[in-house]
Design a protein around this ligand. Structure first.
Ligand code: SF4
Length: 301
C-alpha cells in the first residue's frame, strides 16, 4: 500500500528520505563487504560469533552480516552472543526478544563480572581494564564451546582512528586497532567487519532500523574523557575539513616505513647507495615538501 501525503511537499520529503536511506544501506553493505574481502575475514564454512553488547554498532553489524549472508557466494553461519555481565538494570529480555524476532541463533552467557570488578577495583578507579580482560577471556571460551571459527566485534572506522590517536598521544606508538587478528590465547581469529564504516552512518542506520538499544552506562563507569575529546576532535575536523578524516583512515593502509623512524621496520643502519637509479625509489625531497620554513613562505593575496 502506498503512503498518502497531505501535500506534494511532504511526498517529496518522504521520497528524498527513502532515497537517502537506500544510499546509506548500499554504502554500509559495500563498506562492510569490502573490509571482509580485503582482509579475508570470512571464509567458506565459517561459523561467526557475532558479539552483541546491545549498542548500535553491534546491532548494525548483525543486521549487515545477516544481509551479506543472503547474498554472499560462500556459505557461513552466524551465531549472536551476548555476555550478560549482571550490571544493575540490564534489561535481559531485550536481546533475546530481538534475536528471536530476527530468527538468529543466539547464546546468552551469564557471568557476573560486574560484582568481581566492583569487589577488586577501589571506588573511583577506572574499571574498564579488568572488565574488558574478564569479558575477553569469557568470549574466547564461549567461541570454543560453540565451535565458532571467527569472533566478530562491532568496532568501526572512528573507533580505529580514536585508538590510533590514543596510542600516539598517551602510548608513543603508531598503532590503531586491527581489522583482523589472532587472539592472545592463539586460538581465535577476531574480525572487525565494520572497520571501514564511519560511526555517523551507523548512528543513522540504528535510528532508521529502530534497534532496541541498551544504554552502555549501566556499569557506572565514567566516559573515558581522553577518548571523548579525541572523538570530538575528529568530528570537528570532519565538519571543518571534509575529507580529512577519510584521508587519515586511508593513511593507515598506505604506510611508507622508509619515511618513518622505526628501525625494526626499515634497515636504516645498513642502507648503502646502489649506484642504480630507481624511478620508484625514495627521494630526499618529495614534490610536496616545502622548500622553506613557514615563516619565510610568501603568501600571495
Ligand atoms: S564501560 Fe563498563 S562495561 Fe564497558 S569496559 Fe568499562 S567497566 Fe566494562
Amino acid at each position: 500500500m502506498s503512503a498518502v501525503f497531505d501535500t506534494p511537499d511532504e511526498a517529496k520529503k518522504a521520497e528524498k528520505a527513502a532515497y537517502e536511506i537506500n544510499k546509506l544501506s548500499k554504502r554500509l553493505h559495500r563498506l562492510a563487504g569490502q573490509a571482509i574481502t580485503d582482509f579475508n575475514m570470512i571464509e567458506e564454512g565459517d561459523k561467526v560469533m557475532v558479539c552483541m553488547s546491545g549498542g548500535k554498532d553491534s546491532y548494525a553489524m548483525l543486521d549487515i552480516l545477516l544481509n551479506l549472508q543472503q547474498r554472499a557466494p560462500i556459505r557461513f553461519e552466524l551465531v549472536a552472543v551476548n555476555l550478560d555481565q549482571k550490571q544493575p538494570g540490564f534489561p535481559e529480555h531485550v536481546l533475546p526478544e530481538y534475536l528471536t524476532s530476527r530468527g538468529v541463533p543466539f547464546h546468552i552467557e551469564n557471568q557476573d563480572t560486574y560484582s568481581i570488578v566492583k569487589r577488586v577495583i577501589p571506588e573511583g578507579k577506572t574499571t574498564c581494564g579488568l572488565c574488558s580482560r574478564l569479558r575477553r577471556g569469557i568470549l574466547y571460551r564461549v567461541a570454543g564451546e560453540l565451535g565458532c571459527t571467527k569472533i566478530a566485534l562491532g568496532h568501526h572506522r572512528d573507533d580505529i582512528l580514536q585508538t590510533l590517536f590514543m596510542n600516539m598521544f598517551f602510548g608513543s606508538k603508531l598503532k590503531g586497532m586491527p581489522a583482523k587478528l589472532v587472539s592472545d590465547d592463539g586460538r581465535n581469529v577476531v574480525i572487525r567487519p565494520l572497520a571501514y564504516v564511519p560511526e555517523a552512518d551507523l548512528e543513522r542506520w540504528a535510528e532508521h532500523r529502530q534497534f532496541p538499544i541498551i544504554p552502555c552506562t549501566l556499569c557506572g563507569s565514567q566516559d573515558n574523557l581522553q577518548r571523548v575529546q579525541i572523538s570530538q576532535m575528529l568530528r570537528d575536523w570532519d565538519k571543518r575539513f571534509p575529507g580529512r578524516v577519510d584521508n587519515l583512515f586511508s593513511a593507515l593502509g598506505n604506510i611508507v616505513p622508509s619515511h618513518l623512524m622505526d628501525r625494526n621496520l626499515f634497515p636504516f643502519a645498513s642502507l648503502k647507495a646502489t649506484g642504480v637509479p630507481d624511478p620508484q625509489g625514495d627521494r630526499a625531497f618529495d614534490e610536496d615538501d616545502d622548500c622553506a620554513p613557514p615563516s619565510v613562505i610568501t603568501i600571495q593575496r
